[in-house]
Write a protein that binds this ligand. Structure first.
Ligand code: IPE
Ligand code: IPE
Ligand code: MG
Length: 251
């Protein structure tokens, strides 16, 4: 068995979360603490992202969702939005081939219609190129807001019922979830937020119903494999009950 496989096998025995979602926060504060422009924090954030994707694959995580730009981030100054859009372009152009080579499958969630056409094209290109890969799935939440996603799903359901493709009686949690942005992706087991903030900021509200939440003080540009492993160890201390009873008291 190759070394990497042994590592993954061992990882499975330690209850590695299948799906980890990350709110990559604190780029601006990381930069401010060093007297640097916020944009530098975002650039260093991309490096942290590369490290984290690599580490997640090595640890044996199957799905990583990253919050890269929220539907509410449009309220930032135009210059910062420009930097962030530029970074996304750069990341896709620069890193897509490498991700593809590493067997990563890219999926994108969030609203696409109002994006600049070249960005929308890059996102489609990333999904198309990697659609048959079966390694790590990287879900990129871009121009994403969870309430907006739920409204889109409600509209999709309503349209399907109106067309006669779906009976109202068949609308339940499972069929509803099929109308969310990434049907078929299981809910995150663990949601990590960096930078010390303890809120979801409109991220995965539907999918987070039973996720374990771990808040770490690290600013995103400093995040690395050790920080990821720290969060996973915290996750492993939790007892997931899903409304049932604790394992030792149930029979
Ligand atoms: C996260 O860092 C990146 C995005 C939200 C796009 P921030 O830019 O929010 O950094 P802080 O929270 O101001 O430090
Ligand atoms: C959440 O961070 C969005 C992303 C990480 C992309 P924000 O920095 O935008 O969240 P708030 O404004 O502090 O809640
Ligand atoms: Mg922030």
């Amino acid at each position: 068995m190759p070394e990497a496989e042994i590592q993954k096998d061992a990882a499975a025995a330690f209850d590695v979360p299948r799906h980890v979602a990350i709110i990559m926060d604190g780029n601006g504060r990381w930069a401010a603490a060093r007297g640097l422009p916020r944009a530098e924090g975002h650039r260093r954030g991309v490096e942290a992202l590369r490290r984290t994707i690599r580490a997640a694959g090595e640890i044996g995580i199957k799905i990583v969702t990253i919050f890269s730009f929220s539907a509410e981030n449009w309220s930032r100054p135009a210059s910062e939005i420009g930097e962030l859009m530029g970074l996304l372009r750069w990341f896709v152009r620069n890193d897509l081939a490498e991700l593809h080579k590493s067997n990563v499958r890219v999926r994108v969630i969030g609203e696409r219609v109002s994006l600049e056409p070249d960005i929308a094209r890059l996102l489609v290109e990333a999904e198309e190129l990697t659609k048959n890969n079966d390694g790590l799935t990287l879900v990129v939440a871009f121009n994403y807001g969870a309430r907006q996603e739920i409204v889109r799903a409600a509209r999709g359901i309503a349209a399907a019922v109106k067309r006669g493709d779906l009976n109202l009686a068949d609308v339940d949690m499972d069929s509803f979830a099929q109308f969310l942005d990434a049907p078929g992706i299981p809910d995150p087991d663990l949601i990590i937020r960096t930078s010390g903030e303890q809120r979801l900021s409109n991220f995965l509200l539907w999918q987070a119903a039973y996720s374990e939440l771990v808040f770490v003080p690290t600013y995103w540009p400093d995040f690395d494999r050790a920080a990821l492993e720290f969060a996973i160890r915290e996750y492993q201390q939790r007892e997931r009950r899903f409304g049932g009873l604790a394992a030792q008291t149930g029979s």
